[in-house]
Design a binder for this molecule. Structure first.
Ligand code: FEO
Length: 406
């Protein structure tokens, strides 16, 4: 049973959604599933853009066969070789033995690493700005390495003014019928997931995103067609998501606000963080997010750390070092190049004091983290005589907001 949609005359979406997958890349939790976009241009030549993951193969193949309506497939463009988009390349090649696989040299290296079928006779290798003529439509290729794999490329179709962007501008979340961002309350329903997707999947490669931006800065873009999530086709939506990518890829905070993330074994560090949050609220700080590092997956916390100007870490020492989940969170933040932010510490120890030293060592790899206020140190639990210290830290944090410069 097919479920495809024509998104522009003779350009069809032939992808699929998966709401049963628990974790993207077997790591990042999916609460609303994920969409795998694939596009099929019907012209003098027929051209499929990418495939989908194995879990949704059946509907994808039905979509492709339905749109082709008996015609053969001439080209399969492979923008990105991660298996969530490539798991059906062999199936397509079996259905259409004469199909040409369009990729760059690195594409085919990865293809041979992942899949056993010898498809070398089908290779159509492209380089930067090569053009694939399909009839009225054509595709120009732009190599965009490390957004977020080495072989990634994007393509521009001038008749529809569409940029096919691989994973860039993607988001977690299955499609709910509508495919276009302007058909949904995107900013409220999907922006947080678009940020979590970008920060955790692509975030480390901001410089490469900036390099990609330079390549298509002179293109007239009326539609952005990513491999995940909604398609952007209004000027407002295109400018909005590109603006977000500009902020995210240059590691600038989107908003003033404070993330308080803590490790707590018996609730004492949590209590101290609650008092601090309350003091911040009394000082007029509006956007305060609190996370127990053991309760919330790190991908959500790291995403909000990139979103806001300030983060306070509630550390405990565990087995003479950082509490393991806090250590993992900080490692993940450093990997995503968390930088240009204000950070502060609340440190709880009963008999060991290594947590703060370890956290600071980890953050030595990050750029332009400004430590705000004196770390508030507590011995097992916050005491009444530490109220002044707590208030001083809260005042320093409140005063620091809007004071980070890259
Ligand atoms: Fe959606 Fe990097 O694959």
């Amino acid at each position: 049973m097919h479920n495809s949609k024509e998104i522009h005359p003779n350009v069809h979406w032939v992808g699929a959604s998966d709401r049963r997958l628990d974790r993207f890349e077997n790591m990042f939790p999916l609460t609303d599933g994920v969409a795998y976009n694939s596009y099929l241009i019907m012209d003098e030549k027929t051209c499929l853009m990418d495939t989908v993951d194995t879990d949704v193969s059946d509907v994808f193949i039905d979509n492709v066969l339905h749109v082709l309506n008996g015609r053969p497939l001439d080209y399969l463009v492979i923008h990105h070789m991660e298996p969530d988009h490539c798991s059906n390349i062999q199936a397509i090649a079996r259905l259409f033995p004469d199909v040409k696989l369009v990729g760059n040299a690195k594409t085919f290296t990865f293809l041979e690493q992942f899949y056993p079928m010898d498809l070398s006779n089908s290779y159509h290798t492209v380089k930067e700005k090569d053009v694939l003529d399909l009839g009225e439509h054509s595709l120009s290729f732009y190599l965009t390495p490390m957004v977020h794999w080495p072989e990634v490329m994007m393509s521009y179709e001038p008749k529809t003014k569409t940029l096919f962007t691989a994973d860039a501008f993607g988001t977690f979340g299955a499609h709910n019928g509508n495919l276009f961002a302007d058909e949904m309350d995107y900013k409220h329903t999907l922006l947080d997931e678009a940020r979590r997707y970008y920060i955790n999947i692509v975030g480390r490669f901001g410089t490469n995103v900036q390099n990609a931006f330079k390549k298509f800065s002179n293109l007239e873009i009326e539609m952005i067609a990513p491999l995940h999530g909604p398609i952007y086709r209004t000027k407002e939506d295109i400018e909005f998501i590109m603006g977000k990518y500009q902020t995210w890829s240059t590691y600038q905070p989107e908003e003033d606000g404070v993330v308080l993330v803590y490790s707590t074994m018996y609730g004492n560090t949590e209590l101290a963080m609650n008092f601090l949050a309350s003091e911040l609220a009394d000082l007029g700080v509006k956007d305060i997010k609190m996370y127990d590092v053991s309760k919330t997956d790190a991908s959500y916390i790291v995403s909000d750390m990139h979103r806001f100007s300030n983060t306070v870490f509630g550390l405990v020492t565990y087995n003479t070092d950082l509490y393991l989940k806090m250590a993992a969170l900080i490692d993940e933040a450093v990997m995503t190049k968390f930088s240009n932010r204000n950070i502060s510490y609340v440190v709880n120890m009963s008999w060991g004091s290594k947590a703060l030293v370890s956290a600071k060592e980890k953050f030595e790899k990050s750029k332009n983290l400004v430590e705000v206020g004196e770390p508030l140190t507590i011995k097992s639990s916050l005491k009444d005589n530490q109220t002044d210290e707590l208030k001083s830290l809260a005042i320093a944090i409140a005063n620091s907001i809007q004071k980070v410069e890259a």
